[in-house]
Ligand binder design. Structure first.
Ligand code: DGL
Length: 272
């Protein structure tokens, strides 16, 4: 039986800018889909907050996106996916997190079984990536590093190669992975692929970098074929943030390499 087109938007949620790494992939793989992006920029970072708080913010984000009539939600946030997805009340549409898909991609890529995991303090404390990898490849060795300074740097628009502060912070966080000889690194927070050029240059071309937002979108692209993709050639993207639009619009346009001005709106998300 033919699948009926579904022109409702796809919701993408992150604590800030990081989910744009999923949007970039969506624009390429599913150009006909409308996108509703929620970046909770007024409350970023989530990665240093308690589990209860992250669950509360996640449920508020789901409620907002459901109000936008989305057909599915991509949780383009490593922290929410690791800490809250098993515990938060889920909305009545499919929800895709980043942990399982990124762990599967890492296991498929590694040759020596040594996998680095970079994440926020909350993600690393949860052990979510490591548990998933252990199930998929019990012989794998994981080397995990919490990188609390990466999210504030990215949110401040500092992710270019040659930025002295960025280079210094990256070299400190990557040292244990270099010493361990990992051949695959999960950029376990969706903000980190914005630093991929710097991280890749430090790790060397022989090391595979796994982009969790992109992996989630690849999963969603095949799911959409079964569930009903949009039947238009080009969709639209709307961005909602919980802090000022200017900084977000600037970094988003730079990262996505397309104008976003006019499609970014500040909202008040319910404070519970
Ligand atoms: N992009 C989020 C993640 O993937 C950022 C985390 C944060 O807000 O601390 O974990």
């Amino acid at each position: 039986m033919a699948v009926r087109p579904d022109n409702r938007p796809i919701g993408v949620f992150d604590s800030g800018l990081g989910g744009l790494t999923a949007v970039k992939e969506l624009l390429t793989l599913l150009p006909g889909e409308d996108i509703v992006y929620l970046g909770d920029t007024g409350r970023v970072p989530y990665g240093t907050r308690s589990t209860e708080t992250i669950i509360k913010y996640t449920e508020q984000a789901f409620a907002f996106l459901m109000g936008q009539n989305v057909k599915r939600i991509i949780v383009a946030c490593g922290t929410v996916s690791s800490v809250a997805l098993g515990k938060a009340k889920l909305p009545p549409v499919p929800v895709t997190g980043v942990v399982d898909v990124a762990a599967e991609a890492a296991v498929a890529r590694t040759k020596n079984g040594k996998i680095g995991v970079l994440g926020t303090p909350a993600t690393i404390a949860s052990g979510a990536y490591e548990k998933r990898i252990a199930k998929l490849l019990p012989s794998a060795e994981c080397f995990s590093v919490a990188c609390p300074l990466f999210v504030p740097l990215v949110e401040a628009g500092r992710f270019q190669q040659g930025d002295k502060v960025v280079e210094l912070v990256v070299s400190e966080y990557l040292e244990p992975l270099q010493n361990a000889g990992v051949d695959t690194v999960i950029l376990g927070c969706t903000h980190y692929p914005l630093l991929a050029d710097v991280i890749g240059a430090h790790m060397g071309s022989g090391v595979a970098l796994i982009n969790p937002g992109a992996e989630a979108v690849q999963f969603v692209a095949s799911a959409q074929k079964k569930e009903g993709a949009a039947d238009r050639p080009l969709g639209t993207a709307k961005y909602f943030v919980t802090d000022s639009v200017e900084g977000f619009a600037l970094s988003a346009a730079r990262f996505l390499q397309r104008p976003v001005a006019g499609s970014v709106t500040k909202i008040e998300i319910e404070r519970g």
